[in-house]
Design a protein around this ligand. Structure first.
Ligand SMILES: [Zn+2]
Length: 456
């Protein structure tokens, strides 16, 4: 790996900074949890494994509501970094597939993956599959777009809180070029001013970033009772995840999104949510260091880019030896490009379930009724090129399409009753509507698109 790093450095020197700016390699800024934190977490994991009540709860499927704070400076929706609902929807799909063990390319898992490691480590059957491999885990944790804001009002765009940083007089997030300054900006400025209740929502901030900033995501680790004050632990004004806007969503599922090649399959957020739920990097953030999971073989360091075939880096660690199966480069907690990683293990799932059961900022997530899908949501985003503004609106709603291209506009309430119809217009008078949430249907030739809006 050191050789790769030297080669990368040489290429940077030869080809200049432009190449570096165009290619986003995954690297994350999540702090390594303290020893004190890990000791406490290990106690909770032991309790979780031995307590019959916890055993029963291991089958619990949690659903975590996410609010994406999309930070922009006035770009229309769908223009970077004010990314579209469709792109964000595709990210939720990626998370749900990845955390249930059915992620993109998981069928590429080699037929003999880590079968020797299973034997030498005497891994229990809970960690293995019917082929004797280390199992690709169903973590038992799913995700939804939050449907309501902190006041209980339905969100016009599920899971999305769009924030123009200029209107809050906040600095431009892309002016911070180092991990330290970016972290300070996030924890001291952006997050405290925009965060939603951390016991109800997983807060994810999406921004542009400085091209010299060499990481694309950062997460807090789950705070544990009694350890709320230790350094690097998150607080109720900082807990959550930050990601570069171009690594959110899936090019596969939503091709018209805006992505930063090669991190185009939404795996950066999968990785950061792993940290958010207590996972460490697969190489233990040291040479052959532990990630406290018995079913992940040790690794000499991170694997980046396009890994060569399995087995990879055989014998890179000797105590214990990872020969002949090598390193688990396809684990989400390693760094290869998005298409080449597709698994969490059962021991990683146990850590995440332990965090959900015990962390005071995690253990209430999913219990506030923020995930139910209101009427009309399914076809909200048939066309992300069509947008309506302002939203919320007081007197008039505008559509960003020429009036010659619109046959009919109709507004209905959430019960489906049509209240207003207009023809051949790209604006509609809503001054007579009572305050609340409505659905605007836009008919264009054979196509009908629906958008939700708030009248205030
Ligand atoms: Zn990481």
């Amino acid at each position: 790996m050191m050789k790769n790093k030297i080669l990368t450095t040489i290429s940077l020197l030869l080809f200049g900074i432009t190449i570096y700016a165009q290619q986003e390699n995954q690297s994350c800024g999540t702090s390594v949890p303290s020893e004190m934190w890990e000791n406490e977490f290990q106690k909770l994991i032991s309790e979780y494994k031995t307590n019959p009540k916890s055993q029963k709860q291991s089958s619990t499927v949690y659903t975590i509501p996410i609010i994406f704070h999309v930070i922009h400076s006035g770009q229309p929706i769908g223009n970077f970094p004010n990314i579209s609902q469709g792109q964000i929807n595709s990210q939720i799909t990626v998370l749900n597939q990845d955390f249930s063990g059915n992620g993109f390319n998981s069928s590429n898992y080699p037929s003999n993956a880590f079968v020797n490691w299973v034997i030498t480590q005497s891994l229990p059957s809970a960690n293995t599959d019917s082929n004797g491999r280390v199992k690709i885990a169903d973590v038992g944790i799913q995700f939804c777009l939050a449907t309501k804001d902190t006041n209980g009002n339905l969100l016009p765009e599920p899971g999305i809180n769009r924030i123009n940083y200029l209107s809050l007089n906040l600095p431009n997030p892309s002016s911070y070029s180092t991990q330290a300054t970016m972290k300070s900006y996030l924890d001291n400025i952006l997050k405290p001013q925009t965060i939603w209740d951390v016991t109800k929502y997983l807060n994810v901030w999406i921004t542009d970033k400085n091209s010299a900033l060499n990481y694309t995501g950062v997460s807090s680790v789950p705070p544990l009772s009694g350890l709320l004050g230790v350094p690097n632990n998150s607080t109720d004004t900082t807990d959550g995840i930050w990601c570069f806007a171009k690594v959110i969503g899936s090019n596969n599922l939503f091709p018209t999104g805006i992505y930063g090649s090669p991190l185009v399959e939404g795996r950066t957020l999968t990785h950061e949510v792993g940290h958010y739920l207590g996972l460490r990097h697969i190489w233990g953030d040291g040479s052959c260091a532990t990630d406290y999971c018995d079913d992940t073989p040790p690794a000499a360091s991170e694997n980046t880019g396009v890994p060569s075939s399995y087995p990879l880096n055989v014998g890179s660690c000797s105590s214990p030896s990872n020969s002949p199966d090598g390193e688990m480069f396809m684990n989400f907690m390693d760094y290869p490009h998005d298409p080449y990683k597709y698994m969490f293990t059962a021991d990683q799932a146990t850590r995440m379930q332990t965090a959900m059961l015990n962390s005071p900022y995690r253990n209430q997530l999913g219990t506030h009724g923020l995930c139910s899908a209101p009427l009309g949501l399914n076809n909200l985003n048939l066309n992300d090129n069509i947008s309506i503004y302002p939203n919320p609106a007081k007197t008039e709603l505008n559509i960003n399409v020429s009036q010659n291209d619109i046959n009919e506009l109709s507004i209905s309430n959430l019960f489906g009753q049509v209240l207003i119809i207009s023809q051949n217009q790209n604006r509609i008078d809503i001054s007579n509507l009572t305050n609340g949430i409505y659905i605007l249907a836009i008919t264009q030739g054979q196509n009908k698109y629906t958008k939700k809006f708030i009248k205030e």
